[in-house]
Design a protein around this ligand. Structure first.
Ligand SMILES: Nc1ncnc2c1ncn2[C@@H]1O[C@H](COP(=O)(O)OP(=O)(O)O)[C@@H](O)[C@H]1O
Ligand SMILES: [Mg+2]
Length: 256
């Protein structure tokens, strides 16, 4: 493994001005992700998880601290990182395949090669036969899978996923979780993943950062010692249960 992490944040703080008031979103965040690592940020709603991804992506600049890309805090990050924001952001007037190709298009990837790859991957994403459908014709799960395929097709070294399963009901989420494990093992990019679902975090991650309520800061870092490939069956493994209980306790959710 490379010595320098691919992403490293040091002492990052961020505040917003809202109606003349200062809202401190993040306080003194230090975190990193190694090459090909699956790192999850978990914490209560409003603790600054999406803000952290916006900072890592280079869409926002920190008030204090810095974020280094491959050891270089001055490196441009915008455009070198694929980002699936919290809302699926499919364009309603574009057909499915054109929506998927929007990612590579913006990244100025070769359109024909991207189209070829997208067509190859449609079955794996459960979207075969829906190339010409508009977003409103698709289920929530299909829209999210399309947004995810678009994000992964950008083929950046780092992928940021903000609650990609968030809008789904529990049953669809479970199926999607298994599927996401398979996808990640196949693409092998560095993933920085945001969720508020503890089971999902433990099952997918190599390492987890637990955030406090706002202003978000890191209250715990955990390695997940489960072997790979992962599977849903591991939810009864003592390592899974230990990590889950530790996170629930940090989040104050251990009483029910
Ligand atoms: N662009 C913004 N302008 C003003 N306030 C913001 C902005 N983005 C986030 N916030 C505020 O920062 C805090 C953290 O938000 P967010 O990062 O979306 O949290 P999370 O993703 O963990 O739910 C919230 O109080 C939110 O209202
Ligand atoms: Mg969020």
């Amino acid at each position: 493994m490379d010595a320098a992490p691919i992403i490293a944040a040091r002492g990052v703080s961020k505040a917003f001005q809202v109606d003349g008031r200062v809202v401190q979103a993040l306080r003194d965040i230090s975190m990193y992700a190694n090459e090909r690592e699956f790192v999850t940020l978990i914490g209560p709603s409003g603790c600054g998880k999406s803000t952290m991804l916006n900072l890592i992506a280079g869409l926002l600049e920190p008030d204090e601290g810095e974020i280094a890309f491959r050891g270089n805090a001055r490196a441009r990050r915008l455009g070198r990182i694929s980002y699936m924001p919290q809302r699926d952001m499919l364009l309603p007037w574009r057909r499915l395949l054109d929506n998927i190709l929007l990612g590579p298009e913006i990244m100025r990837r070769d359109r024909r090669a991207a189209r070829q790859r997208a067509l190859e991957l449609l079955p794996l994403f459960g979207l075969e036969g829906f190339e010409d459908s508009y977003p409103f014709e698709l289920s929530g799960g299909m829209r999210q899978r399309a947004a995810l395929l678009r994000t992964l097709l950008c083929e950046q070294e780092v992928v940021l996923l903000d609650e990609p399963l968030g809008a789904l009901d529990a049953l669809t989420r479970r199926t999607m979780r298994d599927w996401l494990i398979e996808i990640w093992e196949r693409f092998q990019q560095t993933m920085i993943f945001v969720t508020h679902d503890v089971d999902e975090a433990v099952l997918l991650s190599d390492r987890i950062y637990v955030f406090s309520p706002r202003p978000g800061h890191i209250i715990r870092e955990l390695e997940i010692p489960l072997p790979r490939p992962r599977s849903e069956a591991m939810i009864i493994d003592p390592a899974f249960l230990g990590a889950r209980d530790a996170i629930l306790a940090e989040l104050g959710l251990d009483h029910g």
